[in-house]
Unconditional design. Structure first.
Length: 176
């Protein structure tokens, strides 16, 4: 298993885990179940910890894929910048969850407010992580890109344009 494979495996943890735990937290809040709320907060903590190796594996995965045909450095950079923001948001979510867990023992009203804020953060983080996953998918899956054109197709089109004295064809194969 190489770092790219490990990254693909690990990235499912925060991408799927945070929305699932947000739903669990909503359930706990609606049912007024302290046990369910605590379980979801502990899960946020665990997911935050596991997001660190996910991010680090992504750094190593870049070295594996950056020179493969059809891989754009710009797509990697977009994914990497978004992933850093996602890592920070997830770590804040985990730290806030840990704080809410400890505050709930002595300051229930503060912990309740913090839990509601963490729910909002988890929903925002979940949406952001979905965006990160989409950006990451575009690195190797040309069908996810808006133009659905491979790098080889673009190179051939550029060569054709040069051969025709600059006229060439656009991305859809039509004359310019």
């Amino acid at each position: 298993m190489n770092p790219a494979h490990l990254h693909i495996i690990l990235n499912h943890i925060p991408v799927i885990g945070i929305p699932f735990c947000a739903a669990l937290l909503i359930y706990g809040l609606l049912r007024k179940s302290d046990e369910v709320k605590r379980a979801s907060l502990w899960a946020f903590v665990i997911i935050a910890v596991l997001t660190i190796p996910t991010f680090l594996a992504g750094q190593a995965a870049e070295d594996v894929v950056e020179h493969l045909p059809g891989v754009s450095e710009q797509l990697i950079e977009n994914h990497e910048r978004a992933a850093l923001i996602g890592l920070i948001a997830t770590l804040i979510l985990g730290a806030g969850s840990l704080a809410a867990l400890f505050l709930s023992r002595r300051f229930a009203s503060v912990a309740r407010l913090l839990t509601i804020l963490l729910l909002v953060l988890s929903l925002m983080s979940g949406a952001w992580l979905a965006r990160i996953a989409n950006l990451g998918g575009k690195i190797r899956h040309t069908e996810l890109r808006g133009d659905a054109t491979s790098a080889t197709d673009l190179e051939e089109a550029e060569e054709e344009r040069k051969d025709e004295g600059g006229r060439g064809r656009n991305r859809r194969g039509r004359d310019k």
